[in-house]
Write a protein that binds this ligand. Structure first.
Ligand code: SF4
Length: 386
């Protein structure tokens, strides 16, 4: 077995790969999201055309788990399905020791009639792995919770990470934040969670003691000046927003906003999407956030399957009302994500009137999000599927 030299370049170039091949065998690993397939598959085909077997291509991430065959078609040699922390290290060990990676459950290296699914594969213990690549200086939000017991039909999280909820312990979070602050000058931190207020509980209920333990620990890290929790890239489900939770948050966090997932202005559409909360619960959460000193940043999704024109219009009117109340809106257009229950549904489309109303809200600075490009991305996802 020879040594392994790691690098995490911001951009991949032919020159970089060529120079690496002059030193030895090269492995290029990609984490692929469904919205990135055009760019990644173009790149993987170019790498294979230019370097052939001198470069081994490994793919993982959400799209690899949902559609491994597409990655194999695009030139990837090995595809990691499900949670990658352990599998990627196993796979590297197999490759470096000339062993056959097809022996690893969750790694596929050739087209098959059917592929393993993430739910049949072992789940990792978050504390067993670092939350970011400190040595590579790749520092992102700290993932504190993985898995979600809810099954919103537009979301692929339950497919990818399961319905059981696992949390990174507060001790582990504090340990890594300390290292990031001391070794890399980390000054602020964000957290990643499917539902931030579910931290410490079993998924459907809160455990405010554990949440406080986490926030207190993070806020006490030497050198760390700001802690952001319950704000993008995490969000909270409306029925988890309570005065007690918000008061607790206010004592420790730097964020002025709270990211709340409402998604639609009608209970019928929320039911169709299996959200398990009502519009009124969403509005209660928004009002309570204002009362407790947070500006609500409300996620809304347009073009959900089954949504009528009137219901789309109602959602846009609600965005206008939220803006008048002083809230911000984070707009999305429905994308049939692979792995979600709605993956075979038609993509969300905005009619000209809706697009122009949303454009107006954007110009006023009260609507953010990738809603304008998601319509195109959603159409591309479907054309890939066909
Ligand atoms: S949208 Fe949020 S609550 Fe719903 S399934 Fe996905 S992660 Fe869970």
């Amino acid at each position: 077995m020879t040594g392994l030299e790691l690098s995490a370049p911001l951009e991949m170039s032919d020159g970089l790969i060529r120079r690496a091949t002059e030193k030895g065998s090269v492995i290029v690993a990609h984490s692929v999201m469904s919205t990135q397939t055009n760019r990644v598959f173009h790149e993987s085909k170019m790498i294979k055309a230019q370097f052939g077997d001198a470069v081994t291509l490994i793919g993982g991430g959400p799209h690899a788990s949902a559609r491994p065959g597409e990655l194999l078609d695009a030139g990837f040699d090995h595809v990691v399905i499900g949670e990658g922390e352990k599998l990627i290290t196993d796979l590297l060990w197999y490759l470096m020791n000339d062993k056959d990676p097809r022996e690893i459950d969750g790694v596929v290296s050739e087209k098959r009639d059917s592929y393993p699914r993430p739910k049949g594969l072992p789940r990792v213990d978050l504390d067993g792995y670092p939350p970011f690549a400190l040595d590579m200086n790749v520092l992102g939000p700290v993932e504190v919770t993985r898995g979600c017991p809810f099954a919103c039909k537009f979301c692929c999280t339950p497919f990818l990470t399961g319905k059981g909820v696992r949390h990174r312990s507060a001790d582990s979070v504090v340990k890594w934040l300390n290292r990031a602050a001391q070794q890399r000058g980390f000054r602020r931190t964000w957290f990643l969670s499917p539902n931030a207020f579910s931290y410490g509980g079993k998924g459907r209920e809160m455990n405010l003691d554990r949440l406080e333990n986490l926030l207190k620990g993070a806020a006490s890290v030497d050198g760390l000046e700001e802690v952001f929790f319950g704000a993008f890239p995490s969000e909270v489900r409306p029925e988890f927003v309570t005065r007690e939770a918000l008061d607790l948050l206010r004592s420790y966090v730097a964020n002025e906003t709270l990211q709340i997932g409402l998604q639609s202005a009608t209970d019928r559409v929320l039911d169709l999407a299996n959200r398990h909360h009502t519009v009124e619960e969403g509005l209660d959460a928004i009002r309570m956030s204002f009362d407790c000193g947070f500006t609500p940043h409300v996620d809304m999704m347009f073009g959900l399957p089954g949504e009528t024109k009137d219901e789309l219009r109602a959602s846009i009117e609600m965005c206008e009302e939220l803006a008048e109340m002083g809230a911000m809106v984070h707009g999305h257009v429905f994308m049939p994500l692979p792995g979600s229950a709605f993956e075979a549904m038609p993509p969300g489309i905005l009619d000209p009137e809706s697009r122009s109303a949303l454009g107006e809200l954007s110009r006023k600075g009260v609507l953010t999000g990738s809603w304008s490009t998601q319509e195109t991305m959603a159409a591309e996802l479907v054309s890939g599927r066909e």
